[in-house]
Design a binder for this molecule. Sequence first.
Ligand code: ATP
Length: 307
Amino acid sequence: MPSSTTSVTAVVPAKINLALSVGPVRVDGFHELATVYQAVGLYDEVTVTRRNPGSGISMTVAGVEADAVPCDETNLAWQAARVVAAEADTDPDVHIHIVKRIPVAGGMAGGSADAAGALLACDILWRASLHRERMLELAAELGSDVPFLLHGGTAVGTSRGECITSAMARGAYHWVFALSDRGLSTPRVYAECDRLRTGAKVVEPVIPAGLMEALLVGDPKRVGAELANDLQPAAISIRPELDMVLEIGRDAGALGAVVSGSGPTCAFLVADDEAALDLAVSLSASGLCSGVARAEGPVAGARLTDS
Ligand code: ATP
């Protein structure tokens, strides 16, 4: 990349949790998690462009839900740019433009994806030459899901989700997503999960052995049957209609149906393109979701584009 480079673009996928096991609350306030992530082909685009010295950071966001995304220092991509500038020992004079295609507050880690994209793009823009390990450390400080969005593919996440190990996984998976135009706050869903478990013994989180075996052999039917999310009862408790959305998928013959992360997006694993199309039609006709998206997984994590 020439030193005169003024603009760098990264594309970053969304994630779903094939399994999300939520353990006890830790002393730092986070829940101990064991999760199996998969990166799926819904992409945000993050472009960083040099600004004049002393200009600082500015940001614009485009896309369907752009209005719901903050364009200030609370945006995770803004924070990522600041962190890379500090590592590169340079001033963070940069404009960040995000094209959102990942649902906002949808349980698919869109904000974390943008942070991963900004880390990667700013590293190139400012020639920070961060080692992969350092970038993963910075990612983990920005948010629990950010390291996975750099990693991509299918991977196990432990601790609060930021410790990533590649999963032995075969096969390509067809997903259909039921979207909602009313996002769910992740802290609120965790709080509801805690409330629903009041008085119950909360055990250490586990990675389901059956899911890992199904991924190892690449059997979508078994993977579908093993989808699991401890946050699902909490998301449904806040948004009861999500139960009906999941039911539509099961009735339509989906191999598996699960709330994605903290919701409200619902993810359906289907056998092929034809099944995906049929389910998309049923979901759209139900009037219970604001839109439907289709994607394949697993896909690569954050990567730079040629432009
Ligand atoms: P989580 O990763 O916590 O599960 P999510 O995937 O459900 O979150 P996000 O799309 O990441 O949801 O957004 C959660 C909130 O974070 C939004 O409501 C928004 O206020 C804030 N936010 C900060 N940065 C971004 C960003 N780059 N894109 C979208 N939302 C962002």
